[in-house]
Design a binder for this molecule. Sequence first.
Ligand code: UD1
Ligand code: UDP
Length: 356
Amino acid sequence: MKILTVVGARPQFIKAAPVSRAVRQDHQEFLLHTGQHYDDAMSDLFFRQLHIPPPDLNLEVGSGRHGAQTAAMLPGIESVALEKSPDWILVYGDTNSTLAGALVGAKLHIPVAHVEAGLRSYDRRMPEEVNRVVADHVSDLLLCPTDRAASNLAREGITVGVLTVGDVMYDAFRQNVEIARRSSGLVAELGLEPDRYVLLTVHRAENVDDQARLGAILRGVTDSGRRVLFPVHPRTRAALASSGVKPGPNVTLIDPVGYLEMLALEDNAEAIATDSGGVQREAYFAGKACITLRERTEWTETVDAGWNVLVGTDSEKIAAAMRDFRPSGARPQLFGDGHAAERVVDALSSSKVSNP
Ligand code: UD1
Ligand code: UDP
């Protein structure tokens, strides 16, 4: 079996790592990096830390508006798809790179497999929601992390080729958390005490590109009075610089960190405040309170389990949750058993999708 994997953004490298390893045991993979993320700290660092083979091709599309960036990816992916004639195009998550890979497959009648299918925030203002809805509707194999994701697809009439495999991010977490504990001394280097700081990430366009929302988040974080560590995504760094919005002295800003450092920071945090999809689940995996800086989440299971609270950009709610939200109940295994990647490969090899 020949697989054309399309990745481009930070969380996709992490998701692709366990799957790529499983694919390559018995099958051929061509790894295409669109170049959506390109800083070492957003891209190559993850290939090194997660031992992902270097991409066979990097399209180096770089940053741009949605239309321009997505459009720039299409001809490069299409050329490789035509040249390699893969059995599957494999895409992950909900970025512009996901959308481009899925569209190319659908147009060339090459079967598309979507890992992390069926997630819905039901908020079409989020670019990720548009990407995942379109990707799901043109995919042939819909690999869902949870049964709830599969039910979301059923409500949209997608019932064929749908399989719940578990969350490949949980695979990555399990494979790396011990290594992270042993290898990362970042908590001590930063002068942080375990369980005495809140880890913060903010990067979603709807929060960062809106000065009022970014300001309200940082006001809440500052007013919490907690010691806060904030690895800053480049989008957010640019927004902070241009808006002049600043957090208070209790907040330490650092550059984005590698995956192992991030796992160690999560593991030692007393709580995590974030608008990231990946970090919400990692908070759950690590047994940490998650304060989600959004009005809606596609990971509703973590909210229902009592470990995640949605506070949006309401400064008072953010400050209160950062001080007081500390769940301690049971954490049912919502995201599979850490072997989702093997199930992805099994599904790819056993699914028969006929090319017209
Ligand atoms: C993208 C995804 C988002 C995902 C996030 C993961 C889309 C629409 N969005 O958002 O779903 O959660 O990746 O991190 O696909 N930049 C750099 N260096 C880099 C990459 C980006 O400086 O290596 C800066 C540029 O100023 C760029 C901005 O970040 O304009 C945004 O990058 P982009 O890839 O467009 O979107 P993300 O916010 O990273
Ligand atoms: N991450 C990281 N370093 C950071 C911030 C995040 O390694 O400085 C990891 C994080 O642990 C998670 C993934 O990046 O595995 C989440 O990606 P991101 O928040 O960029 O995107 P999202 O999940 O929201 O699409």
